[in-house]
Design a protein around this ligand. Structure first.
Ligand code: ZN
Length: 105
């Protein structure tokens, strides 16, 4: 995960915060996660990423993350409704979100 986030920041060297927009994999609420580099790695505000299986990630809202910070069981997550990202999908989703925002400025 850290390697992935580092790649994103290398893509947007001028940004101090990268934003992920998606849905909580557990309750489906919209989540906006601010990703901020810290001295020890990365800080996430507004939600969290959870490793679901090897190289797959889901986003969780803070409430669901508090209840269960572990991976989402596959039978709970419906891939047709709630997004599961592999690294490439997660990366492209974040890139497109932040590219759109750059264009709007
Ligand atoms: Zn949730």
């Amino acid at each position: 995960m850290e390697e992935l986030l580092r790649t994103i920041f290398e893509t947007f060297p001028e940004k101090s915060t990268i934003i992920f927009k998606g849905k909580c994999s557990h309750c489906g609420v919209a989540v906006t996660i601010d990703i901020i580099p810290t001295s020890g790695g990365f800080g996430l505000l507004g939600g969290a990423f959870v490793e679901c299986s090897t190289d797959k990630y889901v986003a969780k809202c803070p409430d669901c993350y508090k209840v269960n910070s572990k991976m989402v069981e596959p039978f709970i997550t419906n891939p047709n409704v709630l997004p599961i990202f592999d690294k490439k999908n997660l990366l492209s989703s974040i890139l497109s979100t932040n590219l759109q925002m750059s264009e709007q400025v």
